[in-house]
Write a protein that binds this ligand. Structure first.
Ligand SMILES: [Fe+2]
Length: 237
């Protein structure tokens, strides 16, 4: 499996607090059957230099090889939607056209379709992160659907499906899955233990809702297409 969203780099944001914790997270991921993790620090108030992030990823991969942990870390970021696409295109996943876009914690912005269009105008393919955890989407999930026409995709958090965020978020995640409005499941892990980098449990739950083949697409085929810069298998609504 491939985890597209994980705060595994140490000491950059509210994710892993130390290099030890990052290695612990990688071990947890490997044990769960995850082969690739996109390291996605928050890009919100601080626009971290790309070279700095890429060097971090390289050093981390060297450490993982040394420790014989069979996981590869790839470059990416969790980018705040309000930032200008021109400024943040350098944070696209693994130097592809795909970019993780995070809306405000409370609501999907009223001008969300303009924001997404603007990203597309800059030859980027936006992936909206965890809308099922946004209160305005929980209240009315269908407000999300008009945004998904064209090349706009959705990633939900594994722990939303398992119920670790509570019933309302779980229900919303189930609903979006049933409606075909989900293209990726990712961990959005911030540590090894609490909401760790684990996808298998959520994939099992997704299997019950959408069947084995589609569930596999959410954690394997589609994320593989993203990190390879190819078209994904499940179309948006
Ligand atoms: Fe995140």
């Amino acid at each position: 499996m491939i985890d597209l969203h994980c705060h595994i780099l140490p000491g950059i944001d509210d994710g892993a607090k130390s290099a030890k914790e990052s290695v612990r997270m990688a071990r947890v991921a490997a044990k769960d059957g995850i082969t690739h993790i996109v390291a996605t620090p928050h890009i919100r108030d601080t626009l971290h230099p790309v070279n700095f992030l890429k060097q971090y990823v390289t050093k981390f991969n060297e450490a993982l090889q040394k420790w014989q942990i069979p996981v590869e870390i790839l470059y990416g970021a969790d980018v705040y939607a309000m930032l200008p696409p021109k400024e943040v295109r350098r944070y696209a996943i693994n130097n592809t056209q795909y970019i993780l876009i995070e809306f405000p914690y409370t609501h999907i912005s009223a001008n969300a379709s303009d924001i997404l269009f603007n990203f597309k105008m800059h030859d980027l393919v936006p992936i909206i992160t965890h809308p099922e955890r946004i209160p305005s989407v929980i209240r009315d999930p269908e407000t999300l659907f008009p945004l998904l026409s064209g090349d706009v995709y959705v990633q939900i958090t594994a722990d939303s499906l398992t119920g670790n965020f509570g019933e309302q978020i779980q229900e919303c995640a189930f609903y979006l899955l049933q409606k075909g409005a989900v293209h990726f499941i990712a961990s959005d892990a911030h540590s090894a233990i609490v909401r760790g980098p684990v996808l298998s449990e959520a994939a099992k739950i997704a299997t019950k809702i959408v069947g084995k083949e589609k569930a596999r697409m959410l954690v394997e085929d589609n994320p593989l297409a993203v990190i390879s810069g190819k078209h994904i298998h499940l179309a948006p609504l």
